[in-house]
Ligand binder design. Structure first.
Ligand SMILES: [Zn+2]
Length: 443
């Protein structure tokens, strides 16, 4: 990769970080119009037609395309998001929205989730357009709002209301492509599936009373404390499903390590013993229920009669409301009767097949960066915008490319964590990879 492209992607990433498109989950947050503007300014002038779509004030997504010459040839959508999650500024070594470049590393919220990919996809698209790339299949680039909430104002909005602009046979979004090595040769993960979500609440009820006389009170907050403890301690059953098996069998690891990864017996103990990667192994092999929010109480001297606990629930394929309800009953035991389960919006787990023509193209192209490294299919514990595209019939993967400086552990700790940062070498690599992939796959 020329230094020019690496410089371009680095600069564009720094700008996107500085735009501070923080999505706190409220419709008013995000303000992705800023980054849509940055990307628009970057892309125009290269012969590309850029369109912007506003789903509500400030929530803008951008789409551009290089039209293919053969309507029968498969199309490819490169989809990045422009929003980021909030930060706890005190815990960062550097300004999370400064986009500082220090010793070949760009610092800032979104550096690996996923402004790095959003920027590199834009640079690749612009460079292809700039040199008159005329593929057989259409290349679409989209930079969307609101991935960090539910995609309502971004990918879901486009899929529902602007389908013609984003419909594609194949799609790539975050993330994957961080070299994994568990004691053997390097493998590159491709996200082919993601768990479902069921953001829900537990309503804990008690009896109101005066805070000055707590003895024998039916305090909903005290009960909620025990409810949180029990849900937090609950361990849903380990399930070694086909997706997990394909992943473990796809990476090159010694048998003594592979065996426990494929055995339900003792699995949780093993996760505890293998560090940050254990957290991912644990999440990939069960439905998880995580208490993350609490709302309750009205006044300091009033014993609360209602407390609500927010639950981040991530389901494996096959687990629906009934299964989750049964797990909660199990977790709560004799407290079940005092607690009402209020299910939220349910989005089922989704998956795309590996071994497609796009899969093969990724394998050919990545061979030049990581020779001999196989692609391995992975289920993602979190959700991406792929869940909005898969129902349209789009084969959707999560992929990118990172240097060996970025490990699976690093990604797992930095994404949504502190001191998020990415090396410039990774930015150059991934930009070149998108260019080569577009040429290889779209012809
Ligand atoms: Zn993301």
């Amino acid at each position: 990769m020329g230094d020019a492209a690496t410089g371009e992607v680095t600069e564009l990433l720094q700008q996107l970080i500085r735009n501070r498109c923080v999505n706190d989950g409220t419709p008013e947050s995000g303000d992705e119009a800023r980054s849509a503007g940055t990307l628009h300014a970057y892309l125009e002038g290269s012969g590309l037609d850029v369109e912007r779509f506003e789903s509500r004030p400030g929530r803008e997504s951008l789409v551009t395309r290089i039209e293919g010459t053969d309507p029968a040839a498969p199309s490819l959508l490169l989809l990045g998001h422009t929003d980021v999650v909030p930060v706890n500024e005190d815990r960062w070594t550097r300004d999370p929205f400064g986009g500082e470049l220090v010793d070949g590393v760009v610092w800032g919220r979104g550096a690996v989730d996923m402004l790095n990919l959003t920027a590199s996809m834009a640079v690749a698209t612009r460079r292809l357009a700039g040199r008159g790339f005329r593929p057989r299949g259409t290349l679409i680039y989209a930079a969307v709002a609101d991935e960090e909430a539910n995609g309502t104002f971004g990918a879901a909005h486009l899929a529902d209301h602007e389908r013609d602009h984003v419909a594609a046979d194949y799609m790539i979004t975050e993330t994957g492509g961080f070299p994994i090595s568990l004691g053997g040769d390097v493998a590159l993960p491709v996200l082919v599936a993601e768990k479902g979500t069921m953001s829900s609440r537990l309503r804990v009820t008690g009896t109101p009373g005066h805070g000055s006389m707590p003895f024998g009170a039916d305090n909903a907050l005290v009960k909620a404390g025990e409810v949180v403890r029990r849900v937090g301690a609950y361990e849903p059953a380990t399930r070694i499903h086909d997706q997990w098996r394909a992943f473990v069998e796809g990476i090159d690891i010694p048998a003594e390590l592979a065996e426990p990864l494929l055995s339900e017996e003792g699995f949780v103990e093993m996760c505890a013993a293998i560090g940050p990667i254990g957290r991912m192994a644990h999440a990939c092999t069960r439905t998880t229920i995580t208490p993350t929010l609490v709302h309750g109480g009205s006044k300091l001297n009033v014993i609360p009669d209602t407390v609500e606990i927010g639950l981040d629930i991530r389901t494996l394929p096959g687990d629906g409301l009934d299964e989750v309800r049964a797990m909660l009953d199990d977790a709560l035991g004799d407290l079940s009767d005092d607690v009402e389960f209020v299910p939220g919006h349910v989005i089922d787990a989704t998956a795309s097949a590996s071994g497609t023509p796009l899969w093969d193209a990724i394998a050919r192209v990545t061979e030049q960066f990581y020779a001999g490294a196989p692609l391995v299919p992975v289920m993602m514990p979190g959700a991406t915008d792929a869940r909005h595209l898969r129902p349209l019939g789009t084969v959707s993967y999560g992929f990118g490319l990172f240097s060996e400086a970025i490990s699976l552990e690093a990604i797992a700790t930095m994404a949504h964590g502190d001191d998020e940062r990415v090396d410039v070498e990774s930015l150059g690599m991934v930009t070149e990879m998108w260019e080569q992939l577009a040429v290889d796959f779209l012809g």
